[in-house]
Ligand binder design. Structure first.
Ligand SMILES: N[C@@H](CCC(=O)N[C@@H](CS)C(=O)NCC(=O)O)C(=O)O
Length: 242
């Protein structure tokens, strides 16, 4: 199976959670929008599905994935689908639902991270909502982020299988996503991030374990891993890194 990933070119964004799963599994995939427009890539490749009349089940927004004739939207839904074939999810139904619940919690956290720099609207520039972004980020770093990290720390603590993972003894896709969150927070908040994370040793150990995996290391060094930048989910604004 050659998977086709569709995500905005130039940013990691939510596409990165899917990329990390595909990379960790060594899956065959094409990051379609990164191809030149002359080869069917770029933003037009996405628009064909988002606004094309001939798509019976159109996605609302990227990322989405084509797997043969299937078109799957929503990050957590894509990972739920990939978990089985990529061997990044437990086999039993209860385990899969638990894994999905963890991924949906990551998705909630992603929205709150986005809202630190866009608290009023994603349709406005950051510069048009700076005072609100400051207030939102202060609360995020003091209250909301510790609440999420505390939750994941408890999940890790209560997993009595050996290893640094959230579910059982093997790596599953929310491990990759949580590690990406920790990584991105380190970029966005170089001062406050490590300070907040200090209290969550298991979450930090999970991040280290994921980014030490051979395929993830190779991916991070490759050109396929796009650099963090201030058009992305994780943004570095000095005035927010309080
Ligand atoms: N819940 C969706 C959110 C998708 C989403 O918000 N995608 C962003 C890019 S990361 C987008 O293009 N949004 C367009 C919009 O909200 O208008 C998911 O997790 O995949």
């Amino acid at each position: 199976m050659r998977y086709e990933l569709y995500y905005w070119p130039g940013i990691q964004g939510r596409g990165e959670f899917v990329r990390l799963a595909l990379e960790e599994a060594g899956a065959d995939y094409v990051d379609t929008a990164l191809l030149p427009e002359s080869k069917g890539g770029g933003v037009p490749a996405l628009e064909r599905f988002l606004s094309g009349d001939a798509v019976p089940r159109p996605p609302f927004a990227p990322p989405f994935l084509k797997a043969g004739r299937k078109l799957i939207a929503q990050t957590a839904n894509i990972l739920l689908y990939l978990g089985g074939p990529l061997k990044l999810a437990p086999r039993d139904a209860e385990g899969r639902l638990w894994t999905n619940a963890l991924q949906l919690t990551v998705a909630d956290l992603v929205v709150e991270i986005h809202d630190t720099h866009h608290p009023i609207s994603g349709g406005l520039y950051y510069e048009q909502q700076k005072p609100a972004a400051r207030r939102r980020t202060t609360d995020f770093l003091a209250n909301r982020l510790p609440k999420y990290l505390g939750y994941f720390e408890r999940v890790l603590e209560r997993n009595d299988a050996r290893g640094p993972w959230l579910v059982g003894a093997h790596l599953t896709y929310p491990d990759l996503s949580l590690a990406q969150i920790v990584d991105g927070l380190g970029y966005a908040f170089p001062k406050a991030g490590p300070r907040v994370l200090r209290g969550y040793p298991r979450v930090r150990a999970l991040h280290a374990a994921v980014f030490a995996r051979p395929r993830i290391r190779r991916y991070v060094k490759s050109k396929r891993r796009l650099a963090y930048n201030n058009h992305d989910l994780f943004r570095r604004y000095r005035e927010l890194d309080a």
